[in-house]
Design a protein around this ligand. Structure first.
Ligand code: GAR
Length: 192
């Protein structure tokens, strides 16, 4: 039986799109649900384009009820993928899906992670630190922002003339290139 993926995203969802593309015709796995806390998120449109069902939830539903967990369990989700999802996973979700939640971070953790470190904030921190390289990290999710076990990192060199847009672009290219295939190889290793 195919493994079943749920994607959480809060914004544009370009990574969610790459994952849906990758698993659209794939023997290993399929994307069964896209979830968001943001009713305006463009990821909802992207999911519709792939005919993947969506679920919008509130802060109350996510942190004070088990509705999201029930939904994921009913759909027999094997892997939860956070792709630009900005809320901390509640303990109840981590407990219900141990070692089955992964996140994408736009820098080389443990550098430039933690609360409030997302999107441009991360790239600005990289520039301010005058780092010679940056990259992406795919890691298991724990009860702290950006601290779970690292599964994969890819890196790129920062040239002296690189600005925020360039760093963002280089990072996004690595994300789109690696995230779907890292998910696939992780699923292959996971016991059912
Ligand atoms: C991605 O670059 C991802 O690494 C980042 O949000 C972006 C989402 O882009 N995640 C974080 O910063 C989490 N701390 P997308 O919506 O186009 O996939």
């Amino acid at each position: 039986m195919k493994k079943r993926i749920a994607i959480f995203a809060s914004g544009s969802g370009s990574n969610a799109q790459k994952i849906m593309e990758h698993f659209k015709h794939n023997d290993e796995a399929e994307v069964v649900l896209v979830l968001t806390n943001n009713p305006q998120a463009y990821v909802l449109q992207r999911a519709d384009n792939f005919e993947v069902p969506t679920h919008i939830f509130t802060r109350h539903e996510f942190y004070e009820t088990d509705e999201v967990i029930r939904l994921l369990k009913n759909l027999q989700v094997d892997l939860i993928v956070l792709a630009g999802f900005l809320w901390l996973a509640p303990g109840s979700l981590l407990k219900a899906f141990p070692n089955k939640i992964i996140n994408l971070h736009p820098a080389l953790l443990p550098k430039h992670g933690g609360k409030g470190m997302y999107g441009d904030h991360v790239h600005n921190a990289v520039l301010t630190a005058h780092d010679e390289e940056s990259g992406i990290t795919i890691h298991f999710v724990s009860d702290k922002f950006d601290e779970g076990e690292i599964i994969h990192q890819s890196r790129f060199k920062i040239e002296s003339e690189d600005n925020l847009e360039v760093i963002k672009f280089k990072g996004q290219q690595l994300e789109h290139q690696h995230f779907p295939r890292v998910i696939e190889s992780l699923l292959k290793k996971m016991k059912s």
